[in-house]
Design a protein around this ligand. Structure first.
Ligand code: GCU
Length: 336
């Protein structure tokens, strides 16, 4: 297209967008109030705990702001995969989201600490950490990346699954092509375990397993079930190598435009929606596990000796990704 035509089209589009915005404003003014609209990105399906909690959040914000703040939830990655959603939020193109810490840590490196393999003793330990000062410090830490952390969502523990063989030992991992989230730490974790990593967006995993582009992946029970990965990768190793929490975030550019009163409403509703999510999560784990077992999934576990080998193989990641944060790791370990 010539530059002249490009400019003409550009101006027509700009005039159209301005007139649409004015029309919307007029309608709101006629109703006697200014309603502001926001978009919330979620990459899970509509019935997933995180999506249901997002709807709860949007509802509560609407009620508490007397209808002034309207948040529309776009689930199923309709606004893009997590990495591109985070990128867009930093420039205010998407307002709210719930994302996994793995892709977020690529933008806010200190978050890698919270996703180190075998960091937490169990789920209770992780929640003690996240619900206390450490969690608040990490929520605040994403501000330097153009985001504001609102609350923590549960995503359980992640385990490996593949289409090739049941895994009993570290040796069995050798050579498997395993998909990970778009995170350097996760790529290096797979290499440390003797397998071959491929980073790709969540939405591409099913077809890559089906066509044999990859042999396996890793995730929690609800994701394994909701994505139907169990249909194409039936060997599940219940090893719980990581616990990767999720954050509800808002673009800092958008956040800074809210009044103090509205910021309080949003923060309060985010915390309430996190409570709802955690309850829904606990129920969903049970249902998902039962569903995949009924569908012929073969589950293996590691002996203590083999678990030790997995831990030893991944231990250097802590030096590689978190040497700077050693005092923080000590604080996490000392949290009871
Ligand atoms: C989990 C998480 C998603 C993430 C996905 C992944 O399902 O909830 O937000 O995208 O893992 O493995 O990419």
């Amino acid at each position: 297209m010539s530059r002249k035509w490009f400019l003409i089209l550009y101006f027509i589009l700009a005039i159209f967008l301005v007139s649409c915005t004015k029309q919307n404003q007029k309608e709101n003014e006629l109703q006697g109030q200014n309603v502001v609209h926001f978009r919330y990105a979620e990459n899970q399906p509509v019935d997933y705990p995180t999506t249901q909690a997002a709807y709860y959040f949007a509802d509560q914000v609407r009620k508490k702001s007397n209808g002034r703040i309207e948040i529309e939830v776009f689930y199923d990655a309709k606004l893009g995969d997590e990495k591109s959603v985070i990128e867009q939020m930093r420039f205010g193109a998407i307002d709210f989201a719930r994302v996994s810490l793995s892709p977020l840590a690529e933008f806010s490196k200190s978050l890698n600490v919270l996703q180190l393999p075998y960091l937490y003793r169990n789920a209770e330990h992780m929640w003690k950490v996240l619900d206390g000062n450490i969690g608040d410090e990490f929520l605040a830490s994403v501000q330097s990346s153009g985001l504001v952390g609102l609350s923590w969502f549960d995503a359980g523990a992640r385990s490996f699954y593949n289409s090739v063989r049941p895994i009993h030992t570290l040796e069995d991992m050798k050579g498997l092509r395993i998909r990970v989230q778009e995170s350097q730490l996760m790529m290096d974790m797979i290499t440390a375990l003797g397998a071959n990593p491929t980073a790709m967006a969540y939405g591409e995993v099913y077809s890559s397993l089906q066509t044999g582009v990859i042999d396996g992946a890793e995730n929690n029970w609800p994701s394994y079930e909701a994505t139907r990965h169990f249909e194409v990768a039936k060997y599940f190793l219940d090893d719980e190598h990581t616990r990767i929490p999720e954050m509800q975030i808002v673009s800092k550019i958008i956040w800074d435009n809210f009044s103090d009163e509205d910021q309080d409403i949003i923060k309060e509703c985010a915390l309430e929606s996190a409570k709802v999510e955690r309850q829904l999560w606990a129920e969903k784990v049970k249902v998902s596990k039962a569903t995949v077992l009924n569908n012929g999934v073969i589950v293996t576990e590691l002996s203590n000796e083999e678990k030790q080998k997995f831990q030893e193989a991944t231990a250097p990641l802590s030096t590689q990704f978190a040497t700077k944060y050693r005092p923080m790791i000590e604080r996490i370990k000392a949290t009871f």
